[in-house]
Design a binder for this molecule. Structure first.
Ligand code: HEC
Ligand code: HEC
Length: 329
């Protein structure tokens, strides 16, 4: 039996875990829940938002679209440690997935934004990201007869700051990925998880991963220090990192991050705010060491990995996948 760790209090006895019913019940105790379907969204607004999301017309020099960094074909992100911004500069952070973003109560690695509209406007105006401004953007959209007609039809007015943001946000709210094996399990299908995945789930609760990664998004609903038990050893990281520098910031504030959602984490490598962990196994090992103060045995890491892979859901009825041939840069 495992002792210590933040989850010690959640599950005291491992004998009872044998029964699936208890595993399922423990989900509600541990504040995990199946992904709710997207709220009643207007299909016309979703379609307009989707078009805008993929359109470079939204960026200063018409070269970058939202999907350039949040590619729906590669897990809603890009396989880069950190994205390349508008001026060719490396952005401070790894791009989080855009899938299930409507369930995050705070946005961004620092969790500084509380609403999608406010965050989207900041991305649009950020000189290192979309480098746009409203005057330029709205005149481009108004000059485009196609856009003008659709905005008039849906909103009854020409493109405006409010309507552009509303369409973009409505589209992002639609980006839910239901029907992951774990969700099917939570909804009563006992055969939806393999024995290995169930063992990984048991460990996820027992080790206390669930004390930080919880809710419908299995994360995304709280702030935590990265490095509760100290910064990860340099040799544990697959790639050079500036984690140590951040963790050692004198005010201590630098090391606080929004706990990321683990949904679809199988297809969103590389991991962490600086993309310093290339594989899921590396990320799990580092979590054990830095967040729980323990060295996880390889067999537990493998089981936890199997569980995390059961969190991969579907978009438009198709299981998400990542382009595996691309290498992490
Ligand atoms: C050049 C790459 C790039 C482009 C283009 C880009 N993003 Fe992002 N996006 C990022 C990065 C990097 C972050 C993380 C920033 C942070 O945490 O401070 C992010 C974060 C986000 C988040 C927060 C997700 C979460 O769970 O916290 C949302 C929402 C988002 N972007 C939407 C958009 C939209 C909408 C557009 C187009 C208007 C867009 N992005 C264009 C790189 C990009
Ligand atoms: C004390 C809170 C806490 C605990 C406990 C915890 N995590 Fe995390 N987890 C975090 C935070 C915070 C991050 C973001 C770190 C960063 O990038 O700076 C994170 C990131 C991750 C990531 C990378 C996600 C991504 O998209 O980059 C994975 C995978 C992960 N955790 C899995 C686990 C597993 C498995 C466990 C249990 C063995 C665990 N975590 C325990 C807080 C926690």
């Amino acid at each position: 039996m495992l002792t210590g760790g933040l989850g010690g209090a959640i599950v005291a006895c491992s004998v009872a875990w044998a029964a699936d019913g208890i595993l399922q019940k423990s989900a509600s105790q541990a504040a995990l829940s199946a992904l709710p379907p997207p709220a009643n969204l207007s299909p016309a607004k979703v379609a307009l938002g989707e078009r805008l999301f993929h359109d470079p017309v939204l960026s200063g020099r018409e070269k970058l679209s939202c999907s350039a960094c949040h590619d729906l074909n590669t897990g809603g992100t890009v396989r880069l440690r950190r994205t390349i911004g508008y001026d060719g500069q490396i952005h401070a952070f790894n791009a989080p997935t855009i899938f299930n973003v409507g369930n995050n109560y705070r946005l961004g690695w620092r969790g500084r934004f509380t609403s999608l509209a406010v965050q989207n406007e900041a991305v649009l105006k950020d000189p290192g990201l979309m480098a746009a401004n409203w005057t330029m953007l709205l005149s481009r959209l108004t000059d485009d007869p196609g856009y003008l007609a659709v905005f008039r039809q849906i909103y009854g007015v020409p493109p405006s700051r409010e309507t552009v943001l509303d369409a973009l946000v409505t589209f992002q709210m639609s980006l839910a990925t239901p029907n992951a094996p774990f969700d099917r399990f939570l909804m009563g299908d006992k055969g939806a998880l393999t024995p290995v995945e169930k063992e990984g789930y048991r460990l996820f609760v027992e080790y206390g991963c669930v004390s930080c990664h919880q809710g419908a998004n299995i994360g995304g609903n709280m702030f935590q220090i990265f490095g509760v038990f100290g910064p990860p050893d340099a040799e544990e990281l697959s790639m050079p990192s500036d984690l140590d520098r951040r963790l050692q910031a004198p005010d201590g504030e630098e090391s606080v991050f929004r706990v990321p959602s683990l949904r679809n984490v199988e297809v969103t490598a590389p991991y962490f705010h600086d993309g310093s962990a290339a594989t899921l196994r590396d990320a799990i090992a580092i979590m054990g060491r830095s967040q729980l103060g323990r060295k996880l045995p390889q067999s537990d890491i493998a089981n936890l990995e199997a569980f995390l892979k059961s969190l991969t859901g579907e978009y438009n009825g198709k299981r998400l996948s990542a382009v595996v041939t691309e290498t992490v840069r």
